[in-house]
Ligand binder design. Structure first.
Ligand SMILES: Nc1ncnc2c1ncn2[C@@H]1O[C@H](COP(=O)(O)OP(=O)(O)OP(=O)(O)O)[C@@H](O)[C@H]1O
Length: 461
């Protein structure tokens, strides 16, 4: 039996019908305790009385902007740890930026998909406290959580140690899910900058038109909607480490600006007349072959050489031999402790299958696969049958994928296929989790957990 955590979610808004709708939809998750507040002062009173919700969903409705800003500011002051999600009919980016500056965690424009998106956001927010959250700063023991005994990983650890002693720029390459961000965190944690900020920015995840102001900041009035000065990530990371992920995705114009910033060691906020010096250690990462990108003219050669610094290459998981088993055991142990499950080890056949599968999604995929197996297992061991089905047996330890590639030539991962089957059954049962769990012959708590974590979605009502 799994002990479910309960998370308190506040629904704040004057629109009773919409509040009821959200309450009905989100209430399907048995782990949420929902409380409705018709007015901001009522919510503030509860916060003053010491109540600490995990998240607040604030339906701003027609409330004037000034009042919403003030409410968000007050809620943020009283509840620094609470996620605040705003739902509004206004699709105005400047309003969104301004509200996020006041402390909102996210801003959603109200449409038919809003309940679904809130479900996903809550799933990401409502994690057990001890689960590391992405992009919130490194775990202090980051170096010790970078697991692996394979010679290639020992070499990576040596390079991390060397990088940490100086402020040299570090460029990390490796396939997706190989642990590039974890390495960046480890460098920061072992360096003299450990007590200072670690700021991680995924260049591929930020819309192009916002990227420059995100990186370098802007002054009040720099562009329509820039209602106040905002510092960028370079300044935010001052004294610490700035991790620029997916640097290979940066477009050429911004590459030129980044080069200038790195050469001059100053940033110029958009709309500013005076440059601001910064002091950051830069760590960059990419899954692309930057040298090849530079040869093809898609990445500036001068920037490539400036960023190269100390290169660290993370090998794919399939080239790390038995590390797969070491990692699998560790992930299962941690996951089981967090979820109050008995800690089970893998039986011989399960180990054989873990070693035979090439894990195109690398450590991230391994983690998802073995955590799912830990949920599904109910004997004394995790058996091969508890692992999601392999597409076709691979022939050897580090064999190349035997599964059929998709139309675009890439191979769907094991996890993607398993989730696709679950998703299609959820569609067939029109979102009836109990019926879907029956058809799949798995516990419904498994489906709830995957829905909660955002790996599956309920079909639209
Ligand atoms: N050596 C490792 N030991 C323990 N956990 C690891 C290791 N490598 C990766 N992980 C875990 O695997 C997941 C993916 O790692 P991470 O996000 O660092 O990969 P990435 O290479 O930056 O991925 P992407 O290219 O998609 O950004 C994370 O949960 C991370 O903690």
């Amino acid at each position: 039996m799994i002990a479910a955590a309960t998370f308190e979610i506040w629904l704040l808004g004057y629109n009773e019908a919409y509040s009821s709708l959200l309450s009905h939809q989100l209430g399907r998750n048995p782990d949420y305790r929902l409380r409705r507040f018709a007015t901001v002062p009522l919510a503030l009173t509860s916060a003053i009385e010491g109540e600490r919700p995990e998240a607040i969903i604030f339906d701003c409705g027609p409330t004037p902007d000034g009042i919403v800003h003030q409410a968000v500011r007050q809620l943020r002051e009283l509840l620094p740890q609470t996620a605040i999600f705003l739902v509004s009919t206004q699709a105005d980016i400047s309003t969104a930026v301004e509200l996020m500056r006041h402390g909102a965690s996210d801003y959603l424009v109200k449409d038919a998909t809003t309940p679904d998106r809130l479900w996903q956001l809550l799933a990401q927010t409502c994690q057990p406290r001890s689960t590391p959250q992405p992009h919130k700063g490194p775990c202090p023991e980051a170096a010790s959580v970078l697991l692996g005994e394979h010679a290639s990983m020992q070499h990576v650890r040596e390079l991390i140690g060397k990088a940490a002693r100086t402020t040299i720029t570090v460029s990390i390459t490796g396939e997706t899910g190989t642990g590039k961000e974890l390495v960046a965190q480890a460098i920061h944690a072992q360096s003299g900058r450990a007590g200072q900020p670690f700021v991680a920015v995924n260049m591929a995840a930020i819309p192009r038109e916002l990227l420059e102001s995100e990186l370098f900041g802007h002054e009040k009035g720099a562009f329509t909607g820039a209602a106040a000065r905002r510092i960028g990530h370079f300044e935010a990371a001052s004294g610490g480490t700035l991790f620029l992920d997916e640097i290979g995705d940066l477009e050429l114009t911004l590459q030129a600006k980044l080069l200038r910033v790195l050469q001059e060691r100053v940033v110029m906020r958009l709309g500013a007349s005076k440059p601001v010096p910064f002091d950051v250690r830069l760590v960059v990462a990419t899954h692309r072959d930057l040298a090849a990108e530079a040869r093809a003219g898609r990445f500036r050669e001068d920037l490539y050489y400036r960023l190269l610094g100390l290169p660290i290459e993370l090998p794919p998981l399939r080239a790390r031999g038995d590390d797969r088993l070491l990692l699998a055991d560790s992930f299962v142990r941690n996951f089981s402790h967090l979820n109050h499950l008995p800690v089970r080890s893998f039986d011989a056949e399960a180990k054989r299958r873990l070693l035979a599968y090439p894990f195109p999604g690398n450590v991230r995929e391994l983690k998802a696969v073995v955590e799912l197996a830990a949920v599904l297992a109910d004997g004394s061991h995790i058996r091969a049958a508890d692992l999601p089905p392999l597409q076709a047996p691979a022939t050897g330890r580090d064999a190349s994928p035997a599964a059929a590639p998709t139309a675009n030539g890439s191979m769907p991962s094991l996890r993607e296929q398993t989730l696709a089957i679950m998703q299609s059954v959820l569609l067939q049962t029109q979102g009836d989790v109990v019926a879907a769990a029956g058809r799949l012959r798995i516990g419904r708590s498994t489906l709830y957990r995957l829905l909660q974590s955002g790996h599956l979605r309920l079909p639209q009502d």
